[in-house]
Design a protein around this ligand. Structure first.
Ligand code: NAP
Length: 258
């Protein structure tokens, strides 16, 4: 049967929405998760349904244990399977503050959402995936973590974000190693500068860096659908002999140039 099921965290807006729509266009069923913006989540689901996809919306904070359980339980109750988890939900610090002044509160909030939450959500989903494989209900399910160029690029005004994304790199390697024996491949997609609400506060700065300074060899903003296409390539099984792989979707930002 076709209808494979993807959970995409933080898919009411931005990159998550782009991922949901790309999967929907490839006949995936989708679980749209959001934290607080219900109207945006409904809009995303409607857009997915418009191209013929099935889906549900599950509100929940990825940093909250009970909400993690709710997300997984609701998915299995409705679809009885999960073939893909995309750990996309992520936040920057509420205010960019030099790391000499950064607060523990901001550090804890960013790490809980970007790293600890995805780690334990993955643990929950991976356990379910193993059972689903053993019961013959799914084959080769996959996990995708949305990292960032901030994993290796220093921005002292948002140190907690950079540290969280560096952690996502190691998390990807660890889950890839642990889950390979079950046939569950784990990937990281590392977006560059993508046009979403997250980057809207620094739009002018990035416009200049991209257009005038050529910070990316491909001189344009990335779009959520650029990430969506990469997720679809993974979801559709086009990288079967790769796991723990980091896929840069960044217009070439990561290239070292002279
Ligand atoms: P965004 O436009 O701010 O959207 C964030 C999404 O995540 C929204 O759907 C939001 O839900 C949801 N969300 C936030 N915190 C959540 C939580 N605790 N639990 C559940 N959902 C939560 O951000 P984005 O630019 O699309 O970023 C998505 C991911 O890509 C993040 O991991 C980010 O670090 C990464 N990334 C982004 C860029 C970029 O340039 N934009 C670059 C590299 C990496 P609500 O609508 O309910 O608020």
């Amino acid at each position: 049967m076709r209808e494979k099921v993807a959970i995409v965290t933080g898919s009411s807006r931005g990159i998550g929405r782009g991922i949901v729509l790309a999967l929907a266009e490839h006949a995936w069923s989708v679980v749209v998760n959001y934290r607080s913006n219900q109207a945006a989540a409904e809009n995303t689901l409607q857009a997915a349904q418009f191209v013929g996809a099935k889906g549900i919306i599950v509100q929940g904070d990825v940093a909250n244990k009970e909400d993690q359980v709710k997300l997984v339980e609701a998915t299995l109750e409705h679809f009885e399977r999960v073939d893909l988890l995309v750990n996309n939900a992520g936040i920057g610090p509420r205010v960019r503050v030099d790391m000499l002044e950064a607060s523990e509160q901001s550090y804890d909030e960013v790490m809980a959402t970007n790293l600890k939450g995805p780690f334990f959500l993955t643990q929950l989903v991976a356990r379910k995936m193993v059972h689903l494989i053993e019961d013959g209900k799914v084959q080769s399910p996959k996990i995708v973590n949305i990292g960032s160029i901030s994993a290796y690029t220093s921005s002292p005004a948002r140190a907690e974000y950079c540290i969280s994304k560096a952690g996502v790199g190691m998390m990807t390697a660890l889950w890839a190693d642990r889950l390979a024996e079950y046939g569950i491949n784990v990937y990281e997609i590392r977006p560059g500068i993508i046009e979403t609400d997250l980057t809207s506060v620094v739009k002018d700065k990035y416009d200049h860096l991209i257009q005038e300074e050529g910070i990316t060899p491909i001189r344009r903003w990335g779009q959520p659908q650029d990430i969506g296409k990469a997720v679809v390539a993974i979801a559709e099984g086009l990288l079967p002999f790769s796991t723990g792989e980091v896929i840069n979707v960044d217009g070439g930002f990561h290239l070292t140039r002279l």
